[in-house]
Design a protein around this ligand. Structure first.
Ligand code: SF4
Length: 234
């Protein structure tokens, strides 16, 4: 059994821990989850997503009412403003007539890191959301990690969202090193076998939550201990 098979044997879910009802609400949930626990975000979003399930409804709600729904979540003031701006931009995207020209111009305008211009879905979906990384990065509050989460979950794209769990567990297991998330992403592209590339970040996150805790990892029970640099140090 290799390290990937050992991780697979945990049978962790191949999905995000965030609840959502469509692409738009998933994007908003990702934005809300910055520096917050997915499980807590899920307790705060059902009514919010019911009342504003798309960009138009969210934009019409306005910053104050958005803030009312998310005020228990950390950084809520900034997040409310970003959700409103993101909704305005998505409405703008929905009105683009010549999507191909818009896409070509955007790709020329921004220096590409790796596969940033790769289309994992439509240029702009029916909900107004771009199916490629540079397009997603035009949205307020959406950075590279968030864009990767979106592409991985919605389009099953082989991209690697490097969050705090992926960094910690990945470093302990020797899959990544250093402190630069972009470089870690490239290390994963090089080392993760293709058949695991769509699921590995989900599994590392679940392993980080359930077994490989930051302060008290349960190494004694961990099926990955024979591959783990952290254990070898002791
Ligand atoms: S052996 Fe310990 S440190 Fe290594 S992955 Fe497992 S729980 Fe984490």
């Amino acid at each position: 059994m290799n390290i990937w098979e050992a991780l697979a044997s945990y049978d962790y879910p191949n999905k995000s821990g965030l609840d959502y009802i469509n692409e738009f609400t998933f994007l908003v949930a990702i934005l809300l989850s910055a520096q917050a626990q997915d499980a807590f975000i899920n307790t705060q979003t059902p009514d919010f997503f019911k009342i504003a399930p798309n960009a138009n409804a969210m934009y019409d709600l306005g910053v104050e009412k958005i803030a009312h729904y998310i005020h228990r979540i950390g950084l809520w003031r900034n997040k409310a403003q970003n959700i409103h701006k993101l909704s305005a931009k998505i409405i703008e995207f929905q009105q683009i007539k010549d999507q191909r020209t818009w896409y070509d111009n955007l790709c020329q305008q921004y220096p590409s890191n790796g596969d940033d211009t790769h289309l994992y879905g439509p240029i702009i979906s029916s909900e107004g959301i771009p199916g490629f990384r540079i397009g997603l990065l035009q949205l307020a509050g959406i950075g590279r990690k968030s864009a990767n989460v979106f592409l991985n979950v919605i389009y099953n794209a082989p991209v690697f969202p490097v969050d705090t769990h992926v960094q910690r567990v990945g470093k302990r297991l020797g899959i990544v090193s250093g402190n630069n998330p972009f470089e870690m992403e490239q290390m994963m592209i090089e080392s993760v076998p293709f058949e695991y590339s769509k699921v590995i970040c989900h599994w590392l996150v679940w392993h980080g939550r359930r077994v490989c805790d930051a302060k008290k990892p349960k190494c004694g029970d961990c099926k990955l201990k024979k591959y783990c640099n952290y254990v070898k140090k002791w």
